[in-house]
Design a protein. Sequence first.
Length: 71
Amino acid sequence: MEKAYLDVCIAQCPECKTYYAEASWYAIELECDLQCNKCGKSFSPKKFSTDRVMVEFEVSEEGKVKKVRVA
């Protein structure tokens, strides 16, 4: 089995407190705003980040995800 990784940012909408998971390169590095699908407020996931984790995907020879875990 092969492995693939994704750096993930967890952010919380400051208005309604809904959590979002977004690729860290998009949320932190590019500092792109997100729009909450619950309340409609746009916010900076970098400013309202609550966690950042590396997610590990175990991938089959056919390229299909078999397992996911926080690395």
